[in-house]
Design a protein around this ligand. Structure first.
Ligand code: OAD
Length: 254
């Protein structure tokens, strides 16, 4: 039985086009909780319907704003882990490589990845709740005179609430990003699927689209998931350990 790392490296070496889909698991070793880990997942303490929906924000803007401020703090204090860095190094080796993430943190960028497609938005950005100047009406909090402990500030254009620039349950993803992600997934020769349970659509359809179009899937996850049955290779371990080993195997046969 060939070592799965060697198998994965062999697939990547032959690939012209590489796509990557990451989820919360890739940031776990940076200290950012995942969503559904039984013990310390973000949802284990809260009900997502109470926090990550338009209705929740309208009912209790302060609670939702404070929860995102808590997550922003966590991301600011976090550092990219070896898994993020390995993905940036792999990107540097392959001319046709696209990283698509469900994560709203900026750890991929801080590790050196570029042109990252953030399907679920970016927690470091804020926008007008009503997108009064177009979707999205981004607002730079640094230009506002408000106290972060006073709950969400007001939009300087329309006076409405300011909210995090992330996708909430029940909201549509940015269609241009989604169309790009579909196109990239259908053209990929290999898709790395890292740290995602594969439970949330439409992101979870991307590996299935890639597989249907003939791509080989390499899953990096300590557990099996909804996507494991279509994975050609499963690197069963934490991405912070598996991805550097994959990068090393690629370098061994430069
Ligand atoms: P989940 O919490 O659903 O899944 C995290 C996955 O990471 C699980 O399969 C874990 O086994 C795996 N994992 C845990 N530790 C890991 C490690 N060290 N290395 C690699 N994998 C590890 O998070 P997501 O799949 O990202 O949506 O959740 C998808 C979406 O659901 C999120 O983007 C969010 C949530 O609702 C929105 O915010 C719109």
């Amino acid at each position: 039985m060939t070592d799965p790392i060697a198998q994965a490296a062999a697939l990547l070496r032959k690939a012209q086009r590489i796509a990557v889909l990451t989820g919360a698991g890739v940031s776990k070793e940076s200290g950012v909780p995942t969503f559904r880990d039984a013990l310390d997942g973000l949802w284990s303490r809260y009900d997502p319907e109470d926090l990550a929906t338009r209705q929740a924000f309208q009912q209790n803007p302060r609670l939702v704003w404070d929860w995102y401020e808590y997550r922003r703090q966590m991301v600011r204090q976090a550092q990219p882990n070896p898994g993020h860095h390995a993905l940036a190094q792999i990107q540097a080796r392959f001319p046709d490589f696209t990283l698509i993430t469900q994560n709203v943190d900026d750890l991929h960028e801080r590790a050196g990845s570029h042109d990252v497609i953030h399907l679920h938005g970016n927690i470091a950005q804020s926008k007008c709740f009503d997108n009064c100047r177009g979707d999205p009406t981004l607002i730079d909090l640094a230009t506002l005179d408000y106290d972060v402990d006073d709950g969400p500030p007001r939009c300087p254009h329309c006076g409405g609430w300011v909210r995090p620039d992330v996708v909430w349950f029940g909201e549509m993803l940015a269609q241009d990003l989604l169309m790009s992600a579909y196109e990239i997934s259908e053209k990929a020769a290999v898709m790395l699927v890292v740290g995602t349970s594969g439970l949330v659509t439409p992101a979870a359809t991307l590996p299935k689209m890639a597989h249907r179009a003939g791509a080989k899937l390499i899953e990096v996850n300590p557990d099996t998931t909804m996507l494991s049955s279509i994975a050609h290779v499963h690197l069963a371990g934490p991405s912070g350990e598996m991805l550097p080993r994959l990068m090393e195997a690629l370098s061994d046969n430069a």
